[in-house]
Design a protein around this ligand. Structure first.
Ligand SMILES: [Zn+2]
Ligand SMILES: [Zn+2]
Length: 168
């Protein structure tokens, strides 16, 4: 993981006001960011909020992320990166029908999707502290072809509608 590429990209938001909603909104696809992302000081990790130390135990003021935190952050908050990694893992093998799909295709029917096994809408309306980040982690992600993805999404929509009715 080229650390610099991402540190640079994130520097631009440093010190700015939170431009994002505090709670997870479904249309965003990624969770809200931790408070540390906005209040970060030198030597403090923007993901976990803890101090970053050098090997000798001193505070490392030249870093904004722990190596493992930037890695996790990138996986969760950059869908393009997630897609790349899921391709590496699954190679286009659809978890629904078992067919294999090309990395890139202009044909709708040949496209593949990064699907969240436990659907993201279950996290809707939650603040960062209440959110279960496992929903965005590798174990909850699978490759689905367009047909299988559509089938799963519409099955979920039916289930949701049922839940809503029961709520009333
Ligand atoms: Zn960290
Ligand atoms: Zn499929």
């Amino acid at each position: 993981m080229p650390l610099n590429r991402y540190s640079r990209r994130h520097k631009r938001t440093f010190g700015r006001e939170k431009p994002e909603p505090e709670v997870y909104l479904e249309e965003h696809r990624v969770p809200p960011k931790p408070d540390a992302y906005w209040t970060q000081e030198k030597g403090q990790c923007r993901f976990c909020g803890h101090v970053i130390k050098k090997e000798n135990g001193e505070r490392n003021n030249r870093r904004n992320w722990h190596e493992e935190c930037i890695d996790e952050y990138t996986y969760i908050y950059h869908p393009g990166e997630t897609r790349k990694r899921i391709w590496k893992r699954d190679r286009g093998y659809c978890a629904g029908c078992g067919d294999t799909f090309p990395r890139k295709s202009r044909h709708h029917d040949l496209k593949w999707h990064v699907d969240h096994i436990k659907p993201l809408w279950e996290q809707k309306g939650k603040k960062f502290d209440d959110i279960d980040l496992d929903y965005w982690r590798e174990d909850n992600l699978q490759t689905l072809c367009t047909e299988c993805h559509t089938r799963k999404t519409s099955a979920e929509a039916t289930e949701r509608a049922k839940l809503r009715k029961e709520d009333k």
